[in-house]
Ligand binder design. Structure first.
Ligand SMILES: [Zn+2]
Length: 547
């Protein structure tokens, strides 16, 4: 329906109506409730937060009845109904959308919202994206971003110039435009590396078969090879309202299985394509903090459904410090798999996974456990194939609410960054009930550094600002070491994170030394990461017995 043509002669009103009619093309699934369903179960199954299902369906409580059709907003929420207690600023934080944009999109004159009021939620815009406004045209957007029309269309897989308001366009390539084939590389390897399909690569490069030769230059974008002839620019097509069609909804593919389990958002590529590739967060540290708390809460509820292992750690508070995160990825190494194909391993993504596995084991032994760093979009991840590598995401945040304000910064590897980890630890220890820490507190930092000067075995490093602290740390390190395999060793090293540490004893575990390629290769195995976590837990169980 064309609203403009239905209101001839009126020049202002149509625009206002158009503003109100912006629809974000966000796909959702529907789920028919069966007897055994719970909202929590559905949130785990579809990997989206429980309160998003409640919001998408205007549910006031967690009761659901068989036969009810629920909207499952797997790709994010396009709109919500305001609930009691909601404020515009709260919604802005929860969904990572600027207040200004919420006001504009919803045509709000004030920030007051009513219970039951429908609020449109535009999907977040990434740093390399642009959201189309009414009246925009492709050529102008291309010029604004120093791109040719052909490049802009290629980045977005567009085969014509039609765009619609609210649509997001990629305005900075998320992979190289072209790639020169290296020795021994197959089309499959190249497709995998950039998160593409072999079929697309063949189509975009007009290849009749899978055969490629050393030195061939491939385009990594659709339509890019034809850019040179794209000189003439026809009348640009203005952005106009596009209504949701059935095709838009059903074309959504379900979560790619080899990405690992992501909540809220997932990376743009399925594998880490190169040492220099990374993705930054699209939302504020505060939004990521709230999301991370929710992810941790869901992880905790999942652990609570598991059978406990013992009460051996009751009365102990254990702070786990995933050694890197945020802007500090730790070591990034490129190793070869069994077939000689390169794989890129980013330390922070893997030590976080081991930290979460350790968290689970320690809780199941009755410990009170906290973390210094949290991820906003995943907890434990299992890669499904041997070549899958986690993408370097810079979205982790410190686990400290008051730090994650508008001026809050993400974890960094500087002195300030390390001191912040200790600040978080001391606040977490202070928050623990006296019963939960009556037997003592421990701090364990988890790393897998690139240390060519050290042996390949698991290293446990100790330090302290004074003799007493150093001795406690050494004692913990040696007990841990005796449970971390025959090649494990302890070593004194000047480490700020272990000096004036708020816990009774603190140590740093190097679960792997990624300067050894078989160690780096082992790190991406979920089974071996679980084993690493179990070994550390065994060491902690043994150490706490001696206290
Ligand atoms: Zn490290």
């Amino acid at each position: 329906m064309n609203l403009v043509s239905r209101l001839p002669g009126c020049r202002i009103l149509p625009l206002m109506i158009l503003m109100l009619r912006i629809n974000f093309i966000i796909s959702a699934l529907t789920h028919t409730v069966v007897q055994s369903d719970t909202l929590y179960g559905l949130s785990i199954h579809y990997k989206i937060p429980l309160n998003w299902i409640m919001r998408a369906n205007n549910l006031r409580n967690e009761k659901i009845y068989p036969g009810k059709e629920l909207v499952i907003p797997v790709d994010g929420i396009g709109s919500i109904y305001a609930m009691s207690g909601d404020t515009l600023s709260g919604i802005s934080l929860e969904f990572g959308v600027e207040m200004e944009e919420l006001r504009r999109i919803n045509n709000l004159k004030s920030d007051a919202i009513k219970v039951g009021q429908k609020i449109r939620i535009p999907p977040p815009v990434r740093p390399n994206e642009y959201r189309v406004a009414i009246g925009d045209n492709l050529l102008e957007i291309a010029r604004q971003h120093n791109l040719s029309l052909g490049q802009l269309k290629a980045y977005n897989g567009l085969d014509n110039d039609t765009i619609h308001p609210g649509q997001t366009l990629v305005v900075r390539a998320n992979r190289p435009e072209t790639y020169r084939v290296q020795r021994g590389e197959s089309l499959w390897v190249i497709a995998k590396r950039f998160g593409l399909s072999v079929a697309d690569l063949k189509k975009w490069n007009s290849l009749g078969s899978d055969a490629i030769r050393l030195g061939d230059v491939l385009t990594l974008f659709p339509g890019m090879s034809g850019i040179a002839s794209d000189g003439k620019n026809n009348e640009p097509t203005l952005a106009s309202i596009k209504t949701k069609t059935k095709g838009d909804i059903s074309s959504k593919s379900s979560t790619p299985e080899n990405e690992g389990d992501y909540i809220f958002s997932s990376p743009r590529v399925t594998n880490q394509p190169s040492v220099s590739y990374w993705e930054e967060s699209r939302v504020s540290t505060l939004t990521d903090y709230h999301r991370a708390k929710q992810v941790l809460g869901e992880f905790r509820r999942y652990i609570d459904t598991m059978k406990t292992k013992s009460n051996a750690l009751r009365g102990w508070h254990i702070v786990i410090d995933p050694g890197h995160g945020g802007l500090d990825p730790g070591a990034i190494v490129s190793v070869a798999d069994g077939n000689g194909n390169p794989l890129v391993i980013t330390e922070d993504e893997y030590v976080y996974d081991i930290s979460m596995r350790l968290y689970r084991i320690l809780v199941l032994h009755g410990a009170s456990v906290s973390l210094t760093i949290l991820s906003p979009d995943h907890h434990i991840r299992n890669g499904v194939n041997a070549r899958q590598t986690f993408v370097n995401l810079k979205n982790e945040i410190y686990n400290e609410e008051s730090h994650n304000t508008q001026k809050g910064w993400r974890p960094v590897g500087t002195i300030e960054g390390l001191d912040m980890r200790k600040t978080v630890a001391s606040k977490e220890i202070a928050k623990a009930s006296s019963g939960d820490k009556r037997r003592g507190t421990v701090f364990v930092s988890i790393h897998a550094d690139n240390s060519p000067d050290l042996p390949a075995g698991k290293a446990i490093l100790y330090d302290g600002a004074n003799d007493r602290e150093r001795e406690n740390s050494m004692n913990l390190a040696s007990v841990l070491s005796s449970h971390l395999g025959a090649t494990s060793f302890i070593k004194h090293q000047n480490l700020r994170i272990l000096q004036n540490n708020p816990a009774d004893a603190a140590a740093l575990v190097e679960v792997r030394n990624v300067s050894y390629s078989n160690n780096a290769w082992a790190l991406r195995s979920p089974g071996l990461r679980e084993q690493d976590a179990l070994m550390i837990a065994d060491g902690l169980l043994a150490w706490t017995k001696t206290r």
